[in-house]
Design a protein around this ligand. Structure first.
Ligand SMILES: Cc1ncc(C[n+]2csc(CCOP(=O)(O)OP(=O)(O)O)c2C)c(N)n1
Ligand SMILES: [Mg+2]
Length: 433
């Protein structure tokens, strides 16, 4: 380097140092040396003097918290949630009842008796483990594959069946597809079909809870696929920035319809995104109902006591087809499904635990299978012949008073179905006015 160049460099450095000294004295920089601690708004980092990129591949995967092994043995005794025998039995009965209900409703769609259905096979542990750790007043926003959460809260088989049949006892008055449940009484907001709709709504509800100092939390369930929607980002960021008491509960079941997780994201699942939003985060074995219970209980405590969002990623597997509109044999192997069904199934694991504890045996299993199927068939048989809702409900419940243009359409509809009544099964519906 020439002398002139070196002098120029030195002068530049001195000028910079002088500027920094004067800046730090006027801006009250706390650090002794300005260079030690950057003061950029919006970051908490230190300076480094070697160029280093963050390589996600070298970071270890976020661990999966688990309490029980596959044989139903508690691994670390201090992690045992110490649930009563009655609670454990309710967990098992709800998980298996859900299974039986799924089988009957899936078949009924295949027979053309209902229009659509989605099963919950393989994910029962995420539903029951989380629902059992909440206060029943906590407000739930579901995606669509969380029927077990409602079942735990007391949604009856009749109510499930009435909704799937869209009969006149359905709370939605037959205006939604099957599995779009909702219950004001059970604090479960009605399901919306477009993915991630519930997420910003849930963040908003949690903010309201915070403002009202409710001492409750909101729980927002979503699939790992839905986490790719823009609305998921808005929800995470609002909840974190506004310090809202919400549990974001991701069911990572390996697929978004036919798209496997390897084609959905490059990072370490959904949990890896939590710290990016400044959210307390945990990854849990979703097939271990006790691990899910512990994680949710703890997350709830954090939400309610600190007004902070928590992200839970429950790792599980969707054993069933995505829905009755899907045939998963086209995009995944029978062996893969069979592994999760037979080797790592949340129901089998809990059953092992119950047998180890002396709570359950083959005889009880046989009796429960017969009894639970009877219960499901009874509700099924009662819901099917019930009248369908009054067709006029197509026009109600959106506006407080039906506006003139909709009244006009209502009139036209009535005239039309009268004129072509041989094409409309009006006798199956409640009478129009
Ligand atoms: C905005 C939007 N895009 C696409 C769909 C169609 N769709 C319905 S479910 C689904 C997959 C969602 O996967 P995931 O969130 O992982 O939930 P999972 O079905 O696995 O429980 C898609 C793409 C939709 N309902 N809404
Ligand atoms: Mg999924």
């Amino acid at each position: 380097m020439s002398t002139t160049k070196a002098t120029k460099r030195l002068t530049e450095r001195l000028t910079l140092t002088l500027f920094m000294v004067s800046y730090s004295s006027t801006h009250k920089v706390s650090s002794t040396s300005f260079e030690d601690k950057p003061e950029f708004p919006g970051s908490r980092s230190q300076y480094v003097h070697k160029l280093e990129f963050l390589h996600p591949e070298i970071l270890q995967g976020i661990p999966v918290y688990r309490v029980m092994n596959r044989n139903g043995k508690i691994i670390e005794s201090d992690q045992d949630p110490q649930l009563t025998k009655d609670t454990v039995l309710k967990m098992y009965k709800d998980m298996t009842l859900l299974n039986t209900m799924d089988r009957v409703l899936y078949e009924s769609q295949r027979q053309g008796r209902i229009s659509f259905y989605m099963t919950n096979y393989g994910e029962e542990g995420t539903h029951i483990g989380s629902a059992s750790a909440l206060d029943p007043r906590d407000l739930i926003f579901g995606q669509y594959r969380e029927a077990g959460v409602l079942m735990w809260r007391g949604f009856t088989l009749d109510q499930f069946m009435n909704q799937c049949y869209g009969n006149h006892l359905d709370f939605g008055k037959g205006r939604q597809m099957p599995v779009h449940y909702g219950s004001k009484k059970l604090n479960f907001v009605t399901i919306s079909s477009p993915l991630a709709t519930q997420m910003p709504q849930a963040a908003g509800a949690a903010y309201a809870f915070k403002v009202q100092k409710k001492g409750l939390c909101v729980v927002c369930y979503f699939g790992e696929g839905a986490a790719s929607e823009g609305d998921a980002h808005a929800a995470f960021n609002f909840a974190a920035v506004l310090d809202c008491p919400i549990i974001f509960f991701c069911r990572n079941n390996g697929y978004a319809i036919s798209t496997p997780t390897k084609d959905q994201y490059k990072g370490d699942g959904i949990a890896a995104r939590g710290p990016g939003y400044g959210m307390i985060t945990v990854r849990v074995d979703g097939n271990d109902v006790f691990a899910v219970h512990n994680a949710t209980k703890h997350a709830r405590d954090i939400c309610v006591s600190q007004n902070r969002p928590v992200l839970i990623e429950a790792m599980t597997y969707r054993i069933g087809h995505h829905s009755t509109s899907d045939d998963s044999s086209v995009y995944r192997s029978v062996d893969e499904v069979s592994y999760w069904d037979k080797q790592d199934n949340p129901i089998t694991r809990l059953r092992h635990y119950m047998e180890n504890q002396g709570y359950w045996d083959d005889e009880m299993e046989k009796e429960w299978k017969v009894e639970s199927r009877k219960m499901v068939m009874k509700a099924f048989a009662a819901a099917e012949p019930r009248k369908k809702p009054n067709p006029e409900y197509l026009f109600t419940d959106v506006y407080d008073k039906v506006p003139p243009h909709l009244q006009e359409q209502l009139k036209e509809m009535k005239k039309h179905v009268q004129q072509y009544k041989e094409h409309y099964p009006l006798e199956q519906h409640e009478k129009m006015s």
